[in-house]
Design a protein around this ligand. Sequence first.
Ligand SMILES: [Zn+2]
Length: 402
Amino acid sequence: MHVFQKATNQRTRAINEQLVLRTIYGRAPISRAEVARVTGLTRTTVSDVVDQLLGSGLVEELGLGRSTGGKAPMLLQVPDDARHLIGIDVGDSQLSGAVVNLRGEVCERLELPLDGRNGEQALSRLEALLDGLIATVERPLLGIGIGTPGLIDTSAGIVRWAVNLDWRELPLAERLQQRHQLPVHIANDSHAAALAEFTFGGHGQMRSMLVVKVGRGIGAGVVLNGALYQGDGFGAGEIGHSSVADNHRPCRCGSTGCLETIASTRAVVQRARELAPHAPESLLHAVASPDGITFEDLVAAFAGGDQLATEIVTDAAHHLGRSIGALVGAFNVQHIILVGEMTVFGEPWLAAIRREAHRSALALLADETSIELGRLESNLVVLGAAALLMTRELGVSLGGAG
Ligand SMILES: [Zn+2]
C-alpha cells in the first residue's frame, strides 16, 4: 500500500473511532446498530471499531436490550472509570488539582499554596502537586490537563504570557510531558471554565455558549458549535482588558480603565476601601481600618442591604453588563453563563448585568439571549482542564449527545 494511502486510512480509522466513542459516551446504553444509524457509518465499520474499543477498555457490553422483532441487541456504554484524568487549576494564590473520571466525578483532590512563588519556583510547585496526584491514581491515566491564567497557545502547549506567574514563552506542556511521560494539554483558565460548564454542567443540547469568569481577573470562554473557539492568537474572550471605564485607574496589564479595574473582586474591594471612610452610615465604615476591608466584608455588607456596598456592586455589574452586551452583538450566542467569585452577589448582581446587557445590545438579539449563573460551583477550572484533555485525547465531549 502506498505510504500516503496508509496514512489516510489510519486517519480515517482514528476519526471513526472518535465518532463512535463520542456517540456511545453521549447516548449510552446504545446498540451497535443504533450507533451505525446515528453516525452514518456501516455496521461492519462500527463493529470493527467497537471491537477495538472493547479491547482497550473504553467501551463495555452492558447486556441485552429489548428486541424490536429480531434478535435482542447487545447494549454498550463507556465505563465512567475507564480512564482517570488529572485536572489542574493554576490560581493566583494556590494550585488546585484533582483526579477525575470520564464523567467529571472527583476521586482525589490536592492543593498547594503558591505563597507568592512565580517563575521556576511556581513550576516546581506544580510538578510536586502532579507527583502527589499521580501517586493516588489506580486506573489507567489518560493524561494531564491544565488551566492557567494568561495567554495560552493550546495547540503548541506554550504559555505565551502569564503576568502574575512571570511565565513567558514557557513550553509548559512539553516540559511536563517529558517529566511525567503522559499527554499534557493546557488552556487559559476562562477557556477551561467554559469547557467545564459545557461538558459537565448539564446544559443538555446546547451547542454554543459564552462563559464569563468574573473573579480577580475577568475573561470569557467561547464555545461555538460544540468546539472551544480560542481565536487566532488564543486571546478570544479577553474582555477583562477592554477599556470600558473612564476611571483612569491603572490596570495590571499596563493600560487604564480596563473592565477589570471596575468589575473584578479586586476592583470592588479597592473601591470599598476608598469610599468607606466617607460613608459613616455604612457597615463598611465600621470595619477597623479602611485598608483592612476584605472581599468577605463587602459580601457581608451587601447581604445586609448596605447602601454603599450595593452601589459598588451594582456599578461593577453595570460595566460588566455593557461588555456582555457587546459580546451578544459580536457572537449572537444565546446562552451566557456567569461563573467565578463575583457570582456570590447572586440575583441582584445578575439582574443589573441583564439590565445593562439588554440595554446595550440590539433588542431582538438581547431578547433571545439568556444570562444565567453557572451550575458547577467548585472545581470549575480543574474540571475544565480535564474536559480539555478528554476532548483532545479521546474526541469525547461535549454537551450531552454526540
Ligand atoms: Zn488591563
